[in-house]
Design a protein around this ligand. Sequence first.
Ligand SMILES: Cc1cc2nc3c(=O)[nH]c(=O)nc-3n(C[C@H](O)[C@H](O)[C@H](O)COP(=O)(O)OP(=O)(O)OC[C@H]3O[C@@H](n4cnc5c(N)ncnc54)[C@H](O)[C@@H]3O)c2cc1C
Length: 384
Amino acid sequence: MSGYLLSEEELLLKNTVRDFADNELAPRAAGYDESQEFPWDNFKALAELGLLGLGIDEEYGGSGGTTRQVAIAAEEIARGCAATSTMYIAHLSLCTQFIHMYGTEGQKRQFVPDLATGKKVGAFALTEPGAGSDAGNIQTASTRSNGGYLLNGTKTFITNAAEAETFVVMATHDRSLRTRGVDALIVEGDSRGITVNPLHGKMGIRASSIAEVVFEDCPVPGENRLGAEGEGFRETMQVLNASRVAIAAQCVGIAQAAFDSAVAYAKQREIFGQHVADFQGIQWMIADMATQLDAARLLTMRSATLRDEGLPFIKEASMAKLYASRAAVELADRAVQIHGGIGYLAPTTAERLYRDAKVTEIYEGTSEVQRTIIARQILQDDLS
Ligand SMILES: Cc1cc2nc3c(=O)[nH]c(=O)nc-3n(C[C@H](O)[C@H](O)[C@H](O)COP(=O)(O)OP(=O)(O)OC[C@H]3O[C@@H](n4cnc5c(N)ncnc54)[C@H](O)[C@@H]3O)c2cc1C
């Protein structure tokens, strides 16, 4: 295998997930968008296919696999249903992978199998009302108590929180230390002192739930800390760097779905005695869309390949997320445009994708934050 083309094994995975997305996810996507319910049947189907354990070692209940394979699966899932792919990435790449990457042997054996096989839903709780891009400013306190911790504070915008039984929560044991005071803690959903307040009214990915999570003297056993004390922020950044590859792949999936719907409509709709696809202005739009789509996919697979090969990939993952999220937004916009009036109405796929795409420029680091990361990676030698 050379370049960014797919190996036979990768192609098999892509085709399997593509069929699943076409046959199960896509037909349900408009209904879930309307009902705004958590897509439990999609979650269970992802578990049955072993996709919730992709990239997780088999000894912890996972299916094994590479970053490239996670990217391939995330793209195809997003192509079928963007909301399901958000739920998937938060569960797998943020929560399960965090414990898989930084857990002790005991933590991995206790928590990862149930997540990797879909017995439990996972969530990742970093953002707070006053700490999104400024993640180092988190205020949720982890006060030492009886050999463990008492958690107090409020997290917000937490994907899967209403359904999750396992959370990875970032909290600080000493605010004056800023990022070096942060611990990553595994918190079980049925612990005392947790209130989950669902947030409604999202523009898109409406079947993916988000909630505020309030901790009031929530006890966390000392053995639930991931990694050494004060290492939680560094670990979180590593997890987010890797997860950005999956988000970039999600963007490619959304962009591909927008492209497919636009091309199909342009070939079918007749006006002025010809198909919309016969107008050169539309053909140029389609050519630009196809070029952006390929560039987004190549950037994404480059970052996945670098990570799999153990090479530096942080700048490349941010470039992929930055570019692919813009591509998703622009292709969804073009898809609505090519549909004309009907593209503005639900339940056309283009209308839903237009709303779904926007969040990719915001979560897991806004586009402005990605540019900051890229610039720092380029300039760090000069700055240090
Ligand atoms: C649907 C959804 C799901 C989410 N899921 C999760 C989740 O599961 N877990 C979790 O922890 N969080 C989650 N988030 C939170 C998300 O990661 C944050 O919303 C995001 O990081 C931005 O933070 P903020 O909303 O506080 O915006 P702010 O940080 O307040 O940013 C406001 C604006 O300032 C800009 N800005 C910030 N810094 C700079 C800078 N240095 N230079 C220039 N401009 C800058 C931003 O780009 C943005 O345009 C989710 C959010 C959404 C919308």
